[in-house]
Design a protein around this ligand. Structure first.
Ligand code: 13P
Length: 254
């Protein structure tokens, strides 16, 4: 059975003190709450707080992820962080790749996404690979073409064994931070489409085992109906992951 995941993408938010407070609030909430243990919780803080979060993760069952990684191995790449460095934290088990904000603000192409995925897999870190269309593409009915291209060019160079180590997040860009959520039907439609693409490339067993998350204004009030869809295996949460009670309430939607 594929893994259910609720991952918080903090993006570029919080000071160190605020990050510490959020983690401590999450720990309090976890103590008071009975969560479905089949759901993997992940927090993805900014790089400088990875160690803080892995310290908390040490005696808990949630995991820690980074928000980005370099496409290069090591060397003179000022400001970059390599997969090998992430690996040396030991408890950093996941990394977001190809988020739409990185694609649009930092020119991250499918080829760069593919290179980052390779670096992460070589370091035994699970890539959470984002895809999703912008509003104009959705309005032109191009969402399937866009997602097919992102998945094909970013991931389908992998052999089947490596592909098994991938988590996918479908994040319609028009729903990110806008308060506008994809309807459960819209989410299910694309998630089923992505699973079908995987099935055509790698076969049904791998397709059925691949976790596909939804992201885009997911919150406690809509998580349940989104996660109730057969092909939606959890969420990649932005704004609502910055408050412990909302983040845990979303995890409880399973
Ligand atoms: P919001 O939940 O703030 O819309 O962000 C979603 C997202 O981009 C997660 O990666």
């Amino acid at each position: 059975m594929r893994k259910k995941i609720v991952a918080g993408n903090w993006k570029m938010n919080k000071t160190f003190e605020q990050a510490d407070e959020l983690m401590s609030d999450i720990m309090d909430q976890l103590e008071q709450t009975e969560l479905n243990r089949d759901v993997q919780l992940i927090v993805c803080p900014p790089f400088p707080y990875l160690e803080l979060c892995t310290d908390y993760a040490n005696d808990s069952y949630f995991a820690v992820g980074a928000q980005n990684v370099s496409d290069q191995e090591r060397g003179a790449y000022t400001g970059e962080v390599s997969a090998e460095m992430l690996k040396s934290f030991e408890l950093v088990d996941y990394c977001i790749v190809g988020h739409s904000e990185r694609r649009s603000y930092y020119g991250e192409t499918d080829a760069i996404v593919a290179a980052k995925v390779n670096r992460l897999l070589a370091a035994e870190i699970t890539p959470i690979v984002c895809c999703g269309e912008v509003l104009a593409e959705r309005e032109a009915g191009k969402q399937f073409d866009v997602v097919r291209r992102q998945i094909t060019d970013g991931l389908f160079h992998l052999d089947a064994d490596l592909f098994k180590g991938i988590v996918i997040a479908y994040e319609p860009v028009w729903a990110i931070g806008t308060g506008k959520t994809a309807t459960p039907d819209q989410a299910q439609e694309i998630h089923a489409f992505i699973r079908q693409l995987i099935c055509e490339k790698y076969g049904n067993e791998i397709a059925q085992d691949t976790t596909i998350l939804y992201g885009g204004s997911c919150k406690p009030s809509n998580a349940k109906e989104l996660f109730a869809n057969p092909d939606v295996d959890g969420g990649l949460i932005g704004g609502a992951s910055l408050k412990a009670d909302e983040f845990i309430a979303i995890a409880k939607a399973f």
